[in-house]
Write a protein that binds this ligand. Structure first.
Ligand SMILES: NC(=O)c1ccc[n+]([C@@H]2O[C@H](COP(=O)([O-])OP(=O)(O)OC[C@H]3O[C@@H](n4cnc5c(N)ncnc54)[C@H](O)[C@@H]3O)[C@@H](O)[C@H]2O)c1
Length: 255
């Protein structure tokens, strides 16, 4: 099989619908020659149904990134399908409603803690769970939404993403000696299930549609998917701790 990811064994988290960024990653990765194993959270039968829409049906392993026992057994479950991993994709985010939509000053710590555990700490948890499978080095890639700025309505999810961006740099620091890279793709707004749960998300949609220098398609997850696949490939061998913007150029603009 030829392609950018020929022979690569990848674990892709975060597929819930075919609009998920992770679905695009898995599809493009398979088209580029990778073997893909998915993880699914909660509605497993739904994820299994979506997985059948990929070019090659992919196995689905149950994984709640806050569940220590599921993280501990992940490596054995992955080994039922592949003998190791060359890449891992973290495409996971969640925040309770109180953390989004303008309630920054009122969100209780319990809700903020959930947002940080699922959206930030899990990047480290997933990497650690997969480490025994990455004996020959590899690439870990996550998804962020530009956390260098405070956005209206994004609130504690923005704080979680700032933490994620930092956690990725620390993983780069701690895993570099093992030949493992950690990078993030900073995507512009995309109409996924996670995005639809953010009250006021249409503000981002309007801003990007009007201002992104390259234009921006709110439904097209393929640009983010391609960038993730590029970072999983051998074509960024000396890049780690990086955030690659896939946002139509929006981040480069002034106010
Ligand atoms: N959609 C956007 O506008 C946008 C922009 C930039 C970055 N992102 C990021 O992209 C990533 C993927 O989100 P998406 O937009 O494709 O939405 P999505 O709803 O398709 O995917 C989010 C995924 O997170 C999973 N998840 C939630 N809690 C989990 C848990 N405890 N354990 C394991 N998985 C869990 C869900 O099952 C789902 O598959 C997220 O990190 C998101 O913040 C999204």
């Amino acid at each position: 099989m030829s392609g950018l990811l020929a022979g690569k064994r990848l674990l892709v988290t975060g597929v819930i619908t075919d609009a998920s960024i992770a679905f695009s990653v898995a599809k493009i990765a398979q088209e580029q020659g990778a073997t893909v194993v998915l993880t699914g959270f909660g509605r497993l039968s739904l994820v299994e149904r979506i997985a059948k829409r990929l070019p090659s049906p992919a196995p689905v392993i149950e994984l709640d990134v806050t569940d220590a026992s599921q993280l501990a057994s992940l490596q054995d479950k992955v080994r039922e399908h592949v003998d190791g991993l060359d890449g891992v994709v973290h495409s996971i985010g969640f925040a309770p409603q109180s953390c989004l939509g303008g309630g920054f000053l009122d969100a209780p710590w319990e809700d903020v803690a959930t947002a940080l555990q699922v959206s930030t700490y899990s990047y480290k948890s997933l990497a650690a769970a997969c480490l025994p499978l990455m004996q020959s080095g590899g690439s870990i890639v996550g998804l962020t939404f530009d956390a260098t700025k405070a956005w209206p309505v994004y609130d504690w999810m923005g704080v979680a993403k700032a933490g994620l961006e930092s956690a990725s740099r620390y993983l780069a620091l701690h895993l570099g000696k093992q030949g493992i890279r950690s990078n993030l793709v900073s995507a512009g707004p995309l109409r996924t299930m996670a995005a639809k749960s953010i009250p006021g998300f249409e503000q981002f949609e309007d801003a990007w549609s009007e201002r992104a220098p390259l234009g921006w398609d709110l439904q097209d997850t393929s640009a983010a998917g391609k960038a993730v696949c590029a970072l999983l490939s051998d074509w960024f061998p000396a890049t780690t701790g990086e955030v690659v913007h896939v946002d139509g150029g929006y981040h480069a603009l002034g106010a």
